[in-house]
Design a protein around this ligand. Structure first.
Ligand SMILES: N[C@H](CCC[C@H](N)C(=O)O)C(=O)O
Length: 303
């Protein structure tokens, strides 16, 4: 029987490339981080990202995040592939992780502010002495291409409490973009409020995410108000499903909370993975998100 031809070194090289990565998590929203600053093109394709994010057959994660070469005088650029291979504009928990990863030392302290180019615009994370990261997330977008036309604001403000029928119920929605789309609900049209423990995320999340009213799909946040400065939130993420935390979602939640009159501009958002502090600063209209970002392990993987 003829033996199979031995693949040449070039053929083997084309078959698999070893990619160094670091696994980080921000309140349990976990990512595979890759230092890709040597070239513009991500070294992992969206299809490969899906495999790497698989929690049984891969490393496991909610997405793959790349530090890319700087653009327009920034320190670096960021891109992210969700675990379904789609590419969102921004990731709040992810940029906190990337800021510490790029700082070079998972125990990096107080390394000052970085300026990051993202599809959502310029974002400024700053490492704090206590190991947390405070991120200037820029301004919320209250009307934009990813805010549903039927839910577009009427008087220049965010659409507040528009009704949306999903799963036989009429939900009161406010849509806010952080560069990526978010649909936030505090309750139903019948006046009943949300109890996050009663939300069946796998059952209802996809019915919002893939609802035709959302031109770019959507992340959906279900919010329970504990006080004007404290809410609980669970999230069904676009392209990732139920995650333990969503940074952009927490920012959008506070904007919606202020616009609907539920919360103050400085608010703690409790997620299943832990709390984030969010401030929608009146002086500059920017949103500031503060929370942790931790290294889990580093490694190398063939893609
Ligand atoms: N799934 C999101 C991207 C990740 C956002 C989230 N993990 C965060 O921390 O902001 C989207 O498709 O818009």
């Amino acid at each position: 029987m003829q033996q199979p031809a031995t693949p040449s070194r070039r053929q083997v090289a084309r078959c698999a490339a070893a990619v160094k990565f670091a696994k980080y998590q921000g309140l349990g929203n976990d990512f595979i981080l890759v230092d890709n600053r040597h070239q513009l093109e991500p070294v992992v394709t969206p299809e490969q990202a899906v495999k790497l994010c698989d929690r049984n057959f891969g490393i496991g994660g909610d997405g793959v995040i790349f530090a890319l070469p700087s653009e327009n005088g920034t320190d670096y650029s960021m891109r992210i592939f969700n675990s379904d291979g789609s590419e969102p504009e921004m990731c709040g928990n992810g940029i906190r992780c990337l800021a510490r990863f790029v700082a070079g030392d998972p125990r990096a302290r107080g390394a000052g502010a970085q300026l990051v180019h993202t599809l959502a615009g310029l974002i400024q994370p700053a490492l704090l002495p206590d190991g947390q990261v405070c991120v200037d997330m820029g301004e919320p977008i209250l009307r934009g291409p990813d805010v549903p036309t039927t839910l577009q604001p009427t008087q220049g403000e965010a659409v507040v409490q528009q009704k949306l029928a999903v799963d036989g119920k009429e939900w009161l929605m406010t849509c806010v973009s952080m560069g990526n789309p978010h649909a936030i609900t505090f309750g139903l049209a019948d006046g009943s409020s949300i109890k996050v423990d009663s939300i069946d995320l796998p059952g209802i999340g996809p019915k919002f995410e893939h609802n035709p009213v959302f031109p770019a799909r959507t992340n959906t946040e279900f919010v329970e108000v504990l006080s004007r400065s404290h809410v609980r939130m669970v999230v069904w993420e676009r392209g990732a499903g139920a995650t333990l935390a969503c940074g952009t979602g927490a920012c959008a939640t506070v904007v919606a909370g202020v616009l609907e009159g539920h919360t103050d501009r400085s608010c703690q958002v409790d997620l299943p993975g832990g709390p984030l502090h969010i401030e929608w600063r009146e002086s500059d209209n920017h949103i500031y998100m503060t929370g942790p970002a931790e290294l889990v392990f580093a490694g190398s993987v063939d893609v």
